[in-house]
Design a protein around this ligand. Structure first.
Ligand code: GDP
Ligand code: IMO
Ligand code: MG
Length: 429
């Protein structure tokens, strides 16, 4: 066995894409198991930037296969556009991309349904989603009555019938609540999707079966998490989460494989914390340090361009997600962004309004909102570390910072990243 899981331990954008890309030379297949075009994974190879959303990062490496598993939700126009963009950047998809016939489809009414809740006047209803139709599509999947899967496209009679029923229902609801709503024409949507189906046909397969066969041939799999564990629908800061199990918990159901075949579990964290959208964020910095981290770290969403909220590293939150995912090692990313700060803080516990100290992560957002972080303060460093390639190249203060985080989260840090490029990475001695 030599299969690996790479999963974010914060609120997403931990630089999972970079770590997946780095590990691709030790794997044969990269598997996405949840999420959809809400993900934005940026990989920089020899100065060229690639942005991946639905396409598994492995496609960037010649010879590596990519699987979009059954747990992913697919908006076909977004996927086809992404394939075209990557092909124009020289990526060859021939025989290397495999899309699950069980994955659910995002349909145009899902985007309207999301617009309805996200634009709603009641501020408390806003999650601050990426507006890619993710939540409404997963809702239909679990609700069963209106869910439509990739495989349905290849049974056109069945597809038209199911789509017709879903659209009749959605049109009735949406026209009652959206004053500017133009009803969907089932014929038009059906013909658009049947045409996408033809473009996607070469890639569509039973990916669960395909993966089991690949394993039997000795292939090494790499599971690429999207979002982060604190956005997990069950274990994250509900309801300010995404609609899938974005922790490692999603691998079994989302890929159709027993997780016991994985022998390397890598959690990815930033050397600080970011979050996009609404929801509690105990270590958020609403001051010039937060602005500085945003500017130096170029903390603007890959998918929506929104400024990311920035704050200190939160060891309480990461302890929770590291335990949940069972990671045995951690990759600490974007350490270079902290260069030049006089001192650095790390939340090691939370304090409740009644003066209790918590070392665990509260389950309820109302409790989390009321927690104040208890900080440890460490000295910063001023030397440029972006050219460091060995652990011994880092200044003592940077090494102490990394070691302190490892101790606090109770998991060894095996990789430190000091720049976006593949090369800007060092193993921890
Ligand atoms: P993902 O969604 O987890 O793959 O992360 P994103 O790609 O959304 O965000 C991470 C950003 O940080 C990307 O723009 C990367 O190119 C960049 N990046 C990755 N590692 C480093 C690093 O060590 N230092 C710096 N400065 N940028 C990095
Ligand atoms: P990657 O894979 C950061 C956030 C959104 C919002 C919440 C729900 O690049 O790390 P959704 O559209 O999923 O219903 O939005 O989740 N979110 C992400 N934040 N990185 C992501 O993906 C995210 N995908 C969703 O901002 O708060
Ligand atoms: Mg991202």
């Amino acid at each position: 066995m030599a299969s690996t899981c790479v999963v974010g331990l914060q609120w997403g954008d931990e630089a999972k894409g970079k770590i997946v890309d780095l590990l691709c030379d030790q794997h044969d297949v990269v598997v996405r198991y949840q999420g959809g075009a809400n993900a934005g994974h940026t990989v920089v190879v020899a100065g060229v930037t690639y942005k991946l959303s639905l396409v598994p990062t492995g496609l960037l490496r010649p010879g590596v296969h990519g699987v979009i598993g059954n747990g992913v939700v697919i908006h076909p126009p977004a996927l086809l556009q992404e394939i075209t963009t990557l092909q124009n950047q020289g990526i060859d998809f021939q025989g290397r991309l495999h899309i699950s016939d069980r994955a659910h489809l995002i349909l145009p009414y899902h985007l309207e349904e999301e617009r309805l809740t996200e634009d709603s006047a009641a501020a408390a209803d806003h999650i601050g989603t990426t507006r890619r139709g993710i939540g409404p599509c997963y809702r239909d999947k679990v609700g069963r009555v209106h869910g439509i899967r990739v495989g349905d496209l290849y049974h056109p009679g069945y597809f038209r019938e199911r789509l017709g029923r879903a659209i009749a229902f959605k049109n009735r609801i949406l026209s009652a609540v959206l004053p500017d709503f133009v009803p969907f024409d089932p014929e038009r949507v059906a013909s658009d999707y049947l045409s996408y189906a033809e473009s996607l046909r070469p890639f569509v397969t039973d990916t669960g079966g395909w993966l089991h066969d690949a394993l039997a041939r000795g292939s090494r799999l790499l599971f690429e998490g999207a979002q982060g564990s604190l956005l997990d629908v069950d274990h994250g800061t509900y309801p300010y989460v995404t609609s899938s199990n974005s922790s490692a918990a999603g691998i079994g159901p989302g890929a159709g494989l027993p997780p016991r075949l994985i022998d390397r579990w890598i959690g990815v964290v930033k050397a600080y914390t970011t979050r996009v959208g609404g929801g509690p964020f105990p270590t958020e910095l609403l001051d010039s340090i937060g602005d500085r981290i945003r500017r130096v770290g170029r903390e603007f969403g890959t998918v929506t361009g929104r400024p990311r909220r920035c704050g200190w590293f939160d060891a309480v939150a990461v302890r929770h997600s590291a335990r949940l995912c069972g990671v045995t090692e951690v990759a600490l990313m974007l350490l270079d962004v902290l260069t030049g700060l006089d001192e650095l803080r790390i939340a090691v516990a939370y304090e409740t309004p009644d003066g209790r100290t918590l070392s665990g992560f509260p389950a309820h957002v109302a409790d989390l909102e009321r927690c104040r972080p208890v900080y440890a303060t460490l000295p910063g460093w001023s030397d440029d570390i972006s050219t460091a390639r060995r652990w011994s190249d880092l200044p003592q203060a940077a090494r102490d910072y990394v070691c302190f985080i490892a101790e606090q989260i109770g998991v060894p840090i095996s990789i430190v990243s000091v720049g976006p490029d593949r090369q800007a990475t060092l193993p921890v001695a």
